[in-house]
Design a protein around this ligand. Structure first.
Ligand code: SF4
Length: 287
């Protein structure tokens, strides 16, 4: 059986940067307590490894009195960041991905310019919660797709106020474009910032191409990772034999029955060592 591994599988730029900053903090501040606000990335195996190095995830900034805190790659809310930065007993290491930072800055700027802000993404995802916090709560809305656009916003002929659209960095272009298309015919100004990260779209395109040429597709990543889940959904849309696994133990021998070519891809928060272990196990299961 041939195994085709996507070149884009695994850590993206932002995740690599966040994990490296965490590892450096463990070396530089060996005598101090080190925390992350929420898991630093959505991969339980990486979070467990960091715990072994003394880096503990915290649920709330109120649970820390002193020490080092690392802000995860998809960011935190403006209020949480301010609370931490205003505490002199705390050293903040901001590992928010620069692409997420850019989206936060756009929301803050558009708020100042009095736009109604629409973020296309998962309302309860921490990145989106963070983005919303940079806007005015009464004027900032998260929608998952065109069907959630408020009806009065697209009423024909209705002149309405200026709105701005941006996307959670892991959104698909297709979904974001459908929202843009639905809003374009409205009256009033509609502004759009493409805040989708290239790492996501490159990975999606390559994974789809591999899924189209394979008899079975394995997608590796945390079950709570939004970009891995989306990768699985996309691959499944063209290759029904697409399976999402977190660790090698989740692989099933029967998935590889009659398979000549298996494609492998992984989410942005999946470490290389885990990809290697899954590939080794696939090789053994197909013997
Ligand atoms: S997927 Fe893109 S935006 Fe998200 S952490 Fe990675 S590089 Fe940054």
């Amino acid at each position: 059986m041939e195994i085709k591994l996507a070149t884009t599988a695994g850590f993206c730029f932002g995740v690599k940067r966040a994990v490296n900053l965490a590892l450096k903090a463990a070396e530089d501040y060996a005598d101090r307590r080190i925390y992350t606000l929420g898991p630093i990335i959505h991969n339980p195996q990486v979070v467990e490894n960091l715990k072994q190095k003394g880096i503990q995830p915290l649920d709330s900034p109120r649970n820390i009195e002193s020490g080092i805190i690392i802000i995860r790659s998809h960011g935190v809310t403006r209020q949480e960041l301010t609370l931490l930065q205003n505490n002199p007993a705390i050293t903040v290491i901001d590992a928010t991905c620069p692409f997420v930072k850019r989206a936060q800055e756009i929301v803050a700027r558009m708020k100042e310019e009095k736009y109604q802000i629409i973020i296309v993404g998962e309302e309860h995802h921490p990145e989106v919660t963070g983005l919303i916090s940079y806007g005015d709560p009464a004027d900032t809305l998260a929608i998952s797709g065109p069907e959630e656009i408020p009806a009065d916003m697209v009423k024909p002929g209705k002149s309405s106020r200026k709105i701005v659209l941006l996307a959670q960095t892991t959104q698909s272009y297709e979904n974001f474009s459908r929202v843009v298309e639905r809003l374009l015919p409205r009256k009033g100004e509609t502004r759009c910032f493409n805040t989708i990260c290239n790492a996501t779209s490159d990975r999606q395109q390559e994974s789809l191409a591999i899924a189209a040429e394979s008899d079975c597709m394995i997608i590796i990543g945390g079950y709570s990772s939004a970009n891995t889940t989306r990768l699985h959904q996309l691959c499944q849309s063209i290759q029904p034999r697409s399976y999402h696994v977190e660790i090698p133990d989740h692989l099933r021998e029967e998935w590889f029955t009659g398979v000549q070519t298996v494609g492998v891809t992984a989410g942005a928060s999946t470490p290389k060592w885990l990809i290697d272990e899954v590939i080794t196990t696939i090789g053994k299961l197909s013997e």
